[in-house]
Design a protein around this ligand. Structure first.
Ligand code: R1P
Ligand code: URA
Length: 235
């Protein structure tokens, strides 16, 4: 049965899915890497595809920007379509001077300034973490592909533009970078007992204001895509 945001029928989506924020990144991955491609969604231009990579059935779909958008798509993928392994592939800003443009950050855990976990009515703060199996498989893939990758904490923020440089406080606690969706993804996966991981290419440095050129961005993103695909085939 379709949802208000996804016209796929149950069975159209593989158990393992790659989730870029940008639907055009989903289209690029599908057209570049997948065989026997079928498009399952175009509602709101949030393109979704299923195909095969090295013989393994894999899907890829955009999730938009921010935790409300990620929350909707990941919830439906898990609860309506039976997806079991969700691998977010995004861009992020580095908040440490030793993490360079084009480097890859794997979110072992995700902090947040959002109230996403408020819905669970916990008597405390929920620590959102990656699935260890997905994380260790991705780290091994990164090493095989000679990618520079860092594993640690990220901040999933509700804010892209901020009035004050709050990132410094997060950096003092060892947080590596900032993006906008992994906390919601990890919450949805934890609540449903499925697996999730966020992998990010550093597209800009919040420390020194540098950002990737278009060409460097494309190459860096391709390395992240290949790490995610290599992780997906192992599931
Ligand atoms: O490149 P994506 O996956 O969209 O991720 C990052 O880029 C967007 C902000 O430009 C936010 O969605 C943030 O999380
Ligand atoms: O969320 C994001 C993504 C890229 N760069 C940032 O500074 N923030």
């Amino acid at each position: 049965m379709a949802t208000p945001h996804n016209t796929a029928n149950p069975g159209d989506i593989a158990e393992t899915i790659l989730l870029p924020g940008d639907p055009l990144r989903a289209k690029f991955i599908a057209e570049t890497y997948l065989e026997d491609l079928v498009q399952f969604n175009s509602v709101r231009n949030m393109f979704g595809y299923t195909g095969t990579y090295k013989g393994k059935r894999i899907s890829v779909m955009g999730t938009g920007m921010g935790m409300p958008s990620m929350g909707i798509y990941s919830h439906e993928l898990i609860h309506v379509y039976g997806v079991k392994n969700l691998i977010r592939i995004g861009s992020c800003g580095a908040i440490r001077g030793d993490i360079l443009l084009g480097d890859i950050i794997m979110a072992q855990a995700s902090c947040t300034d959002s109230n996403y976990a408020h819905q669970y009515q916990l008597p405390g703060t929920f620590s959102a973490i990656a699935d260890f199996g997905l994380l260790s498989t991705a780290k091994e893939a990164a090493e095989r592909l000679h990618a520079v990758s860092h594993v640690g904490n990220v901040l999933s923020s509700d804010l892209f533009y901020t009035e004050t440089p709050e990132w410094k406080r997060w950096a003092e606690l060892g947080v590596l970078g900032i993006e906008m969706e992994s906390y919601a993804l990890y919450c949805e996966a934890a609540r449903a007992g499925v697996k999730a991981l966020g992998i990010f290419t550093v597209s800009d440095s919040i420390v020194n204001g540098e950002s990737l050129s278009a060409e460097e961005r494309q190459n860096g993103f391709r390395q992240m895509m290949e790490i995610a695909l290599e992780t997906a085939v192992c599931q």
